[in-house]
Design a protein around this ligand. Structure first.
Ligand code: HEC
Length: 280
């Protein structure tokens, strides 16, 4: 048998990368309960189709496969780069695209100070883009000498990924639903503000999220700190290297929402205190 061509290997690598990226992002959202922001969603929209186009194209020995991959990988690189700059610089701080829901400049993970989720996505898109270019340059001869693409490597890659990720998906705890009643007339004004700006890290009911941020409902600080001190603390945030930081994870100033007013933060505090009151 002729040795497989480098182009075929590049496409297998792209397949592997697309599956790691897809299942990895689902792991963050479904197992760790990190709520994806708007730009995370755009990157998902560009990554997930690759995970499915690639195996079909490979198995069908489609010479045009690199062309289908191209727009996804190019737009994906652009989306991840933009998202990374949103997180790490202030160049686009005036942009409003992310001001609803989860702030896009939140770093859920920040390994070594620069590896965030969009950074990982960018690496994945770049790898897939290189594989695309390699396959494109040899498109005409891509699968000429080969009888057929063996389905085993394709199946093996997908099966391996499924095997690696399934246990954590199965053991995931269910996400808490927002407690907002259908008619919001009885909800406290702070509830919506809390859910959209703090709940992503502290849990939608203030119960905390393992490995991310502590519980706020019922915590000693929520119950006992005077309002003003509490608001000032939230305003200032707790940088990861601050001596008072308990977890090594940063609490962003104002929870990443500099637009929240004193009154908004006071309303959030009222809501948090109400959460830990026994239900009537
Ligand atoms: C990016 C995730 C994130 C968001 C969003 C966030 N926080 Fe935090 N917060 C943290 C982390 C992490 C800590 C723990 C820091 C430490 O280890 O000391 C923390 C700590 C706190 C503390 C001190 C905890 C205690 O009881 O000792 C308060 C109070 C707090 N956050 C309030 C808020 C409020 C209010 C909001 C919304 C306006 C908010 N946070 C949004 C991550 C977040």
């Amino acid at each position: 048998m002729l040795p497989r061509k480098i182009e075929t290997y590049a496409l297998y690598v792209a397949l592997l990368v697309a599956w790691v990226a897809m299942l990895g992002s689902l792991y963050f959202s479904e197992v760790r309960h990190y709520v994806p922001c708007l730009w995370c969603w755009y990157q998902r929209i560009l990554m997930y189709p690759l995970a499915l186009i690639l195996p079909v194209g490979l198995l069908r020995r489609d010479e045009e496969l690199p062309y289908y991959m191209l727009p996804f990988s190019v737009l994906g690189m652009m989306a991840s780069s933009y998202h990374y700059l949103l997180q790490k610089t202030t160049w686009f701080s005036g942009t409003t695209a992310c001001s609803v829901g989860v702030p896009c400049n939140l770093d859920y993970i920040n390994w070594l100070g620069f590896i965030t989720i969009p950074f990982l996505a960018l690496i994945a898109f770049v790898l897939i883009f290189f594989a695309t270019v390699v396959a494109l340059t040899s498109r005409d001869s891509l699968w000429k000498d080969e009888e057929q693409i063996p389905w085993q490597p394709v199946a093996a890659i997908i099966a391996l990924m499924a095997l690696l990720f399934t246990p954590s998906f199965l053991s995931a705890t269910p996400a808490t639903e927002p407690v907002r009643p259908l008619s919001s007339s009885v909800a406290l004004p702070g509830q919506e503000l809390y859910e959209e700006s703090c709940g992503v890290c502290h849990g939608l009911r203030g119960e905390g999220i393992e490995g991310l941020a502590p519980a706020l409902a019922g915590s000693a600080r929520t119950e006992e700190t005077p309002n003003k001190t509490w608001i000032d603390l939230v305003r200032a945030g707790i940088p990861a290297d601050h001596p008072d930081n308990q977890s090594g994870i940063a609490m962003p100033p104002s929870g990443g929402r500099p637009d929240l007013t004193e009154a908004d933060l006071a309303a959030i505090l009222d809501y948090l205190r109400a959460l830990s009151e026994p239900a009537e």
